[in-house]
Design a protein around this ligand. Sequence first.
Ligand SMILES: Nc1ncnc2c1ncn2[C@@H]1O[C@H](COP(=O)(O)OP(=O)(O)OP(=O)(O)O)[C@@H](O)[C@H]1O
Ligand SMILES: [Mg+2]
Length: 480
Amino acid sequence: MNIKKRLIVSNTITIVIPFVLTIIAAFLFIFAASTVFNKDVSYDNFKKFILIKTELSHTSSAIWKQNSEDIEDSKFQKYLYQKLSNIDGDLIILKNNIVVFASKDINKIDIEKCLLEAESKSQKKQVIIGTKAYMVEVATLRFKDEALGHAILLAPILDYSNTFEKFIIFTLVVFIMTFIGVNMFMSYLLSKRIIKPLSLLKTAVGEISKGDLELEIIEVGDKEIVELCADFEKMRIQLKDSIRLKKKYDDNRTMLVSSISHDLKTPITSIKGYVKGVLDGVANTPEKVERYLKTVYSKAEQMDVMIDDLLLYSKLDLSQLPFNFEKTDIIDYFNYCINESSIELEKSNIKICLKNDLKGSKYVKIDRERLMRVILNIIDNARKYMDKEQGEITIMLRETNSSIIIEIRDNGCGIDENDVNKIFDRFYRADAARSEANGSGLGLAIAKQIVEGHKGTIWAVSHENNGTSILISFGKISEG
Ligand SMILES: Nc1ncnc2c1ncn2[C@@H]1O[C@H](COP(=O)(O)OP(=O)(O)OP(=O)(O)O)[C@@H](O)[C@H]1O
Ligand SMILES: [Mg+2]
């Protein structure tokens, strides 16, 4: 239920239920009064009772409203008397304690009783004159000649008046009590569905602001509150993710700095050694000097490549490099890759060939330049880690319903089965490769970033001593 609906329902119930209960209580009262206590509590009698009460108060207010100096006007006196005679009431006007108007025979003692009762603190204001009981109201008057006086208003008390008074008080009390009761109950329900979930949310948000992102925000309560909680929960998860990501970047940076400084240290140490050799005259022939300087140059170049790789890796890691995707015929593309690398491979006595199992031309969306870097790195690894007389690299193209799979297989030294998944980690190098200290160890980590940037997957399969396969899969796109 939404909050608006709940408020409407709750307010309606708060009004309707006390009314219904009061009506039921009123009926029960009337039933009990008429059957158990034998009181005549008919509607007509009730009307008469209300008429007496209202006429008495109207007459009294007519005196208040009228300038009391005009009270001597016989027309006004008649008007007042007429109002009271409608309810069998009487009017007595006193000026300086002398009766100037009386609609009924009344003696001095009764007048005094009326005045005393009116001044008394009793709520009932009742007097008995002769054998009849009256309600009495007294208005103080000041006449034109400054004389003081009183208007005594008398209205008959019916024998069922008390019952009606009790009835009115009873119904009022029942209404007020049920109103308070229902109100408290509805407020409790409202607080359970709105205030309680809000305070739970407040606690959770407080914890978030203190940096504790583990406290799950429970989605309870009305629709709007549930939506609010869901939004906060989403925010909490996003915040948690972004903190985790930030930590990952921080760890990355620390790892990069420590790894690169370690890997840069080796060429720098040899550069220092060779330069010192030249300066100290250890290289004492022009041939030796040339050899030393050539080594310094190649070490500096190696550092240059490492720094370039590092920059590329960190840019890819932070998703800062845009890709330029082009629809490409995969067979044409790999023929081109083979052409690019075959001459260099021939020098190392390695043959490279393409084995195409695709049915017809197949297209993929790739960044040709970036993917070239991936393929050349894989081919270069095959060359670097080749231990056979006659090296062989086969690029196999095949397809499934939804993807194109490229397998680049070599017959080199292979990778230990346990390390096969680690080779895509940055700076991972098998011990033998590390000792050669050739390359940055970022080649396959960069390849992974680039393939994943294509929404593709890259993995390796070890054939132990018979070589390695690196596999890449890309989603197919429609032909044409
Ligand atoms: N074809 C392969 N045969 C055997 N081992 C391989 C092969 N390809 C990769 N490896 C192993 O995986 C490691 C990581 O390869 P990667 O290309 O990332 O780094 P690298 O070749 O050492 O350096 P870089 O590519 O930066 O010059 C290598 O050091 C090597 O131990
Ligand atoms: Mg490599």
